[in-house]
Design a protein. Structure first.
Length: 499
């Protein structure tokens, strides 16, 4: 059986803990790979490699760093199909989704290639007689990233390219459920000329996570995952004096006003709710229909959802793949049956779905729940699967109040033809990312990604300007130089004497 090992100090390092985790092909249910799970000693080794590399990388020139990143960007582009194939094999998402993930990660590599402008400081001259004040940003040292299973290439690329462009060295702890893409990303970085130890990949479970959170040589931690774990990461790392950005879960709402283009809204709801099998923190999982349009909107969503082709991710005909594990599939299914018991109308029931020839895969069909109450577990919890809840309100104000009452505040959207309503919505809604007739408002790379409330712990969003600020710290220098003309007698610099 294939084994995925660590990448430490610029080379593959076999696991020594004796502990391994299974990696499953979600389309077949078969265990295809095992991944080494790090011990605390291996955590120490990865951090030590990063710390040693920081001695030279942290003082390297911007020109040297960007030269590596430009070569890295070219290699990623050339190997995007290979990266996507690994994602499909271990996560299960269809190849087109996997390619889209790589493309979004490449955006941040491209942002990192322009770090020379991002790290420019500020200067004020003559703030007082012969006194200048400048502000500069400097790297932190060794930083760590802990990333989720749903985007095994994109989310790591949201972190380490900017971190290393800023002069830090990096220890990546990817999900143990789909670890192979992370290793390929590191190998390509080495091929691009990244010095040994600047980027390390440490596989593991809670032992590795806690080891990084408690390690005295780790200066900062980036995390993307569920809200309970984000809260734990933030509390633990902060208690150890580390800088933390911890992005948590979501329950993203889409408000559909009576004047909306219902075909566009239905198309958006289907793609945003069921794309990537709903396993994304920016999925639309709750549609709030305002006024009398609810029945027609639900009918159009149902019509489109029934046409979605479900199958293995490497089948070009497939539009949605399986879920990551059988346990997760069963958990998602429980929300559908639970919602029915709690009074929702089950318009589409995806539980019990199988694919011929792949009966042991982690399959589930698309579920559509109407007239869902805010007390329902299917509404309150982040399901992370292809389940869309529809709620009804009579007015815009009721809809916004319902959405703002959610403890989550990651992303949200409004569908309307009214510019005034859209403007009011973007100011009144309590969420970090807002779409106007855009169902999944994930910002482009040069803007930052992050939510509010229980969707983000820490002060910095990820990538964009916030990402650069997170991976650097500011320093202000106040300087006074004497006038050369005031030099002591006997020192002649060629300046005229004042007296």
């Amino acid at each position: 059986m294939k084994t995925v090992n660590h990448w430490i100090g610029g080379k593959t390092v076999e696991g020594t803990s004796g502990n391994y985790g299974p990696v499953t092909d979600p389309a077949t249910g078969a265990v295809t790979t095992q991944v080494a799970l790090a011990s605390l000693e291996e955590v120490d080794a990865a951090v030590a490699a990063a710390k040693d590399a920081y001695v030279t990388w942290g003082t390297s020139s911007l020109a040297a760093r960007t030269a590596v990143l430009f070569r890295y960007r070219a290699l990623l582009d050339a190997r995007r199909d290979d990266i996507a194939a690994l994602i499909t094999a271990e996560h299960g998402k269809v190849h087109s989704d996997a390619l889209g993930e790589v493309a979004r990660g490449l955006e941040i590599v491209e942002l990192a290639c322009g770090i020379t402008t991002q790290l420019k400081g500020e200067l004020s001259t003559q703030v007082s007689s012969r006194v200048d004040v400048s502000s500069i940003r400097q790297s932190l040292g060794v930083v760590a990233g802990i990333t989720p299973f749903n985007f095994p290439a994109m989310v790591p690329m949201w972190m380490f390219p900017l971190a290393i462009a800023c002069g830090n060295t990096f220890v990546l702890k990817p999900s143990e459920k789909d670890p192979s893409a992370a290793n390929l990303l590191a190998e390509l970085a080495a091929e691009a000329g990244l010095p040994d130890g600047v980027l390390n990949v440490l596989h593991g479970d809670k032992v590795a996570v806690d080891g990084l959170l408690n390690h005295p040589d780790v200066a900062a931690v980036s995390f993307v995952g569920s809200t309970p774990i984000a809260r734990y990461i933030h509390a633990t790392a902060s208690a150890n004096g580390k800088r933390v950005q911890a992005l948590g879960g979501a329950k993203n709402h889409m408000l559909v006003l009576p004047d909306a283009d219902l075909d566009a809204a239905a198309d958006a709801a289907v793609s945003a709710a069921y794309g990537s099998a709903g396993e994304r923190c920016m999925a639309i999982s709750a549609v709030v229909a305002v006024g009398a349009i609810g029945d027609e909107l639900v009918a159009r969503i149902k019509e489109r959802a029934e046409k979605i082709k479900i199958g293995p991710g490497n089948d070009p005909a497939s539009e949605m793949g399986p879920l990551i594990t059988a346990a997760h599939r069963d958990k998602v299914a429980s929300y559908v049956t639970g919602a029915a018991a709690q009074g929702a109308d089950v318009v589409l029931d995806g539980t019990g779905y199988t694919v011929e020839g792949f009966e042991d895969g982690h399959w589930i069909g698309l579920s559509l729940l109407d007239h869902v109450s805010t007390d329902s577990d299917a509404y309150k919890d982040e399901i992370f699967g292809p389940v869309l809840c529809v709620l009804r309100t009579e007015t815009y104000e009721e809809g916004v109040a319902l959405m703002n009452a959610s403890p989550f505040g990651n992303g949200t959207a409004i569908f309307t033809r009214d510019g005034g309503a859209a403007r009011r919505f973007q100011l009144e809604i309590e969420a970090g990312m807002v779409g106007v007739n855009v169902p999944i408002p994930v910002p482009v790379g040069y803007h930052s990604f992050g939510g509010w409330k229980d969707s983000l712990f820490g002060d910095h969003h990820i990538y964009g300007n916030d990402g650069v600020h997170f991976y650097t710290r500011g320093k202000v220098v106040t300087t006074r130089w004497p006038d050369p003309a005031d030099a002591p007698a006997g020192v002649d610099l060629g300046f005229p004497r004042n007296h």
